[in-house]
Design a protein around this ligand. Sequence first.
Ligand code: WT7
Length: 640
Amino acid sequence: MSYPYQITSLDQYKKVYQESIQNPEAFWSSIAEHFTWRKKWNNVLNWNFATPNVEWFAGAKLNITENCLDRHLEKNGDTPAIIWEPNNPNEKPRMLTYKKLYERVCQFAQVLKNNGVQKGDRVCIYMGMIPELAIAVLACARIGAIHSVVFGGFSAQSIADRLEDAKATFIITCDGAFRGAKDIPLKSVIDDALIGNTTVVRVIVYTRTRTPISMIKDRDVWWEDEMKHVEEHGIYSIEAEEMDAEDPLFILYTSGSTGKPKGVVHACAGYMVYTNYTFVNVFQYKPGQIHFCTADIGWITGHSYIVYGPLSAGATSLMFEGIPTYPDAGRFWDIVDKHKVNILYTAPTAIRSLMSFGLEPLQNKDLSSLEILGTVGEPINEEAWHWYDEHIGKKKCPIVDTWWQTETGGILISNLAGITPSKPSWATLPMPGVQMTLVDDKGNEVTTLEEGVYKGNLCISFPWPSILRTTYGDHERCRTNYFATYPNLYFTGDGALKDENGFFRITGRVDDVLNVSGHRIGTAEVENAINMHAGVVESAVVGYPHDIKGQGIYAFVIVSNTHGDDELTRKDILQTVTRVIGAIAKPDKIQFVSGLPKTRSGKIMRRILRKIAEGETENLGDTTTLLDPNIVDEIKNGKL
Ligand code: WT7
């Protein structure tokens, strides 16, 4: 299989980009021709950003799994679809060919049907990084159920909120998950999440860790028993559900500037076309190559570039259960060597963390199979970029810096590996069909160069196929969040620079959203969690630069009754945040204060707190409008 729509030169990129902007409908329909459809579309694109309403390939009928599985069977049935590397290097890896994966997905799809799952039902998936997670996701897609994967690090409370919001009726989970030296008791977390839940009727449990669990009568069933039942009936293949182009494929929850995560909804056809197109072009995938994306399928990166993008392209996707530093900081390089990985796609935070271990973990690791490197999730600093280039890519592997979001479904800004130029710490050029624009705070396009660059808020003026369609159950929230800040533009929440060549550099979020180790966390969410602690009166959370995580979480907290022991109170607060959200949202620093800098109308001046957390002591800006300007000195003096 080769890809007729793979761009192979800079000139071609420029030409294709122009065409894609001049006639987006002709462009995207020419790409969509290369997929398997039950019925072609009536209309390539209907859109209106004001409502917002976007439809791609309206009227078309398809099933994404026929594109990810069935269509590869004849010629590539024996090609590895998924190579799985376990957490513990002494355990044997697993490999599923396209044929095997197809069979397993069909069988599990039958299991879902046997348990009453129907098209449109919401299925929550809470599993570790094992092939069964990909199988569960694809089985949902096969029967038209909407999957909502929840990252294994989220707490019972977070799962409960997501189950409630999506009115999910089914859960697929494991007894536990292996992550580094830890066993995560997934099923027991699910049991806690289900206390008080009224929508879930069935929990399907896969055995991974043999952690003791309780199976609840008439609610919980074992994955293995259910699969055996299907196998006894000789079922290896089931008909895929015929989906409308715009039917929802999945929901993925992500943080915003309010306390409540939003369920980003992606639609079948546009998401399929766009993730495939960007996978093939950004990574310049060549059939036979092994693609290793280190993300967890609990995040959008895993959905798009472990599962749907690679599989729809007939690629070999490597899935890793563990973490980069277990059993030691050479684990990634071990995997590259062992499986002869050709493409490595990871996060700057992982690079910085591995960098801090020096070059020792690289010794005796053969990285010569690597051809292309990628980064995602946060801005990459030049030091990390050069280390990646020199010590991992040995200066012969192009690095793609891919900018995108949960809401965008796929990569929107990136160089194309080895085809368009790279520039350290710059994501560079937009993908074909993607129309970026920088605006000032009033929404006017920035047209004046400042020290050689344009600087503004990053917006998009035209839809691309995998743009989010709504936020589940609350379309108005989708409108106000993304489409109302600036009329007729999708607002990303990021600030950016653009140079004279049209290259973009993302400078970071301009809203109250943090990016900690490439994970998106809302400051309001963390504040709500901290405020749940009985001894806390009020809190304010901001980000600060962190050497490894990119951003760290700094919490200013007013407490009433403490144990009289600050350290213990701190630990209690961390425990509370872990309970309410999950360990990923734990503040790195907690400073106890007697008050917060507020305006006379009671609004917390986060700008001041942010500056203090960043270590700025002099230029805190105008503090005269504060209710109590003295509080600033107190906070400054107590800085951690
Ligand atoms: C936010 C989206 C999309 C995959 C993982 C994160 C930041 C993402 C880059 C990059 C600079 C980046 C942005 C964006 N971001 N990629 N290459 N350079 N910043 O998905 O959780 O939806 O977060 O991550 O701030 O808005 P997410």
